[in-house]
Ligand binder design. Structure first.
Ligand code: LIP
Length: 275
């Protein structure tokens, strides 16, 4: 595959959707069996056996369906190198919500071709929602609550003072202390703040117009790979500060107009440092 054509993109997105749904259903069915098996960056950064089981299921399916591709997963890291297509997988984004029985968790799967994300899916089983996008093909929501697929468009022309802004916090206490100071400066300048607990879903919420903007420091590539494409295909700008790409240092997403205002406010607050 050189430049993927629309049929190839649809194939990648279709597989991402199918696997995200299958893993999501498995997570929902086995929700009673969840225990913390490991902590990562801090005692609050948990991994459950279900994060691992969901990633294992996706890894197995990909090995069967697309044996020549490689994969980067949150739990198992990189397998395979040099492949043209690489899958970026967060098997359970919002693990803490899942552990507590809160509904905001998702399975996020993106496909990269030549290093660029070209297709992606985010499945939120408890919202009965499946978000997907292909490069140039728009962003779509399929849901048990809808009659058919709905094309997503983010909110535009929202002023910062009227904006509902989603954000999230890292697991390390020094970073959180500074994130608290940053959000204390953002809160009086916007309509309100939301902290749902799944970065992938926050980006889908930007795409669907359920929030106007989103920013977060510390998200990993697997948290945002699919959601960023979905938000962009819904018309949002997704980037870091000062022209840098979105990523772990900071990710900012919003529709036209608001992105610049949110970006400029954040840039003044030095959000890329840790306290
Ligand atoms: C989580 C994110 C959440 C963010 C947390 C964490 P996990 O991912 O999606 O929004 O604020 O810091 O990264 O750990 O549940 O896969």
């Amino acid at each position: 595959m050189s430049e993927p054509d629309p049929a190839e993109l649809a194939g990648l997105a279709g597989l991402a959707c199918a696997l995200a749904q299958e893993a999501g259903e498995m997570l929902w069915t086995r929700r009673g069996q969840v225990h913390v098996v490991q902590t990562k960056s801090s005692p609050t950064d948990v991994v459950t056996e279900m994060d691992r089981a969901a990633e294992e299921l996706i890894r197995r399916r990909l090995a069967t369906e697309r044996p020549d591709d490689s994969m980067l997963g949150e739990e198992g890291g990189q397998t395979g190198t040099g492949a043209l297509v690489r899958w970026i997988v967060d098997p359970l984004d919002g693990t803490v919500n899942y552990l507590y029985g809160l509904p905001d968790w998702s399975v996020s799967i993106a496909a990269e071709v030549g290093g660029t994300v070209v297709a992606g899916a985010v499945c939120a089983p408890l919202h009965r929602s499946l978000y997907s996008a292909t490069a140039g093909g728009g962003a779509w929501l399929r849901s048990a609550w809808l009659d058919g697929p709905q094309r997503l468009a983010c909110n535009t022309g929202v002023r910062l003072a009227d904006a509902l802004v989603a954000t999230g916090f890292g697991y390390e206490s020094g970073r959180r202390r500074w994130q608290g100071q940053v959000v204390a400066e953002v809160l009086p300048r916007v309509r309100d703040i939301r902290r749902a607990g799944s970065a992938a879903l926050d980006l889908c919420s930007v795409a669907a117009g359920r929030v106007d903007g989103y920013y977060e420091r510390g998200v990993h590539y697997w948290d945002i790979a699919a959601g960023s494409l979905i938000a962009r295909e819904a018309g949002a700008e997704v980037a870091g500060l000062a022209g840098r790409p979105a990523g772990e240092s900071i990710t900012v997403a919003a529709g036209q107009g608001l992105f610049a205002e949110l970006h400029d406010l954040l840039a003044r607050l030095d959000p890329e440092r840790d306290g």
